[in-house]
Design a protein around this ligand. Sequence first.
Ligand code: CA
Length: 444
Amino acid sequence: MTKLNQTHDVTLTSWVLSAQAAGCDFPIQNLPFGRFQLAAKKDGWRIGIAIGDQILDLRQALSAVAWESSIAKMLAPLAAGDLNAHMAESPANRSSFRAVMSEALRAGSPKSADFATKLAGCLVAQADAEMSVPCRIGDYTDFFTSIHHATSVGKLFRPDSPLLPNYKYVPIGYHGRASSINVSGANFKRPMGQILPPGQESPVFAPSRRLDYELELAAYISASNVQGEPIAMADAEDALFGIGLFNDWSARDVQAWEYQPLGPFLAKSFASTVSPWIVTMEAFAPFRMPFTRSSNDPQPMPYLASEANSRSGAINMTLEVWLQTKAMANAGMAATKLSTSNFADASYWTLAQLVAHHTVNGCNLQVGDMFGSGTQSGPKPEEGGSLLELSKGGKQPLELPNGEKRTFLEDGDTVIFRGHCESAGHASIGLGEVRATVLPARTV
Ligand code: CA
């Protein structure tokens, strides 16, 4: 588990002045990684570090400073746009790299003026950048970690036994589809599929009418274990590189018809969207919380338990869902907030437990694999992380500020997730946002 160090010091400031702006997601205590090029010039993908409203371009930074050799060696693949190579570095090496980048962007130190002079020309405005998916995503697994989501969705289908008997013992998941994961801003067409109309016995082929979002986190894997050799809880945190926001778009009507007996398939694989920035596990150190399990519930099996996980396995992270309809956009109205929840309240399992569980049968993870957390719904009804929950299965439409109503998503709707961490005595950090707009289905 990452400990607090000088990079988390609340008093640190950056010579990039926008990093000190109120409410900025990317102060010097954050330092997330993303993959970008200049939108206008298409001048080649490289990795950058978000700082304020700027990006430190690591391609330019490689040659702008006489870095010590170990740092120059780590910068080379980043300059070439390869984040996976950095993810595969040891936790100690990644931590050393973070310490040096923190020093390079810091104001008020003896070296600041020199770094600022050399690196000022290596900044790119985020507004000028085109972002890509931040790394090569290998396999994608989606979990189901919010017991509140599992219970409220279960209630819609099984009022008498909403939570299935395995839920409190085993982290539920399924293998997803990596090829259709897009970066924030990539809009997608409403999917077509087989749908069983209410009261009928045979399905129709039509555009989904119950298109939904799922508020999730993306956890990126930084270790590859040998097949047959599980990652123990003691090593599971080291297998995590960082976290982004994730929208697991879901066609509920397609899902309802296809999901038995093998689970989600085409209802999920048409598109999913990640945020462009990965916040490293080290940056989350000030926001770690105890993982607790009610004494009324079964305690995790030994392979899913560790003292470190109990002490600080959870993360205090506020998550928000915002919606802007086409009519709102046309009228110049800003997005409206649909719900707020917190990762620590919502999730029944920690990310370390997901790593340990995924590998306990000997399954080998690879650097760049991505875990979806499952929809992060909080304990209160208004904290539902999907429209399925907020509209009670489509029975109670949400009223929007302009009088429009929604049960599920309409064409032209833009869904935005945001996430941030706050803790007394520490600098607040954010994950930025993930957004995409639903386009009309293709004409048949
Ligand atoms: Ca999901």
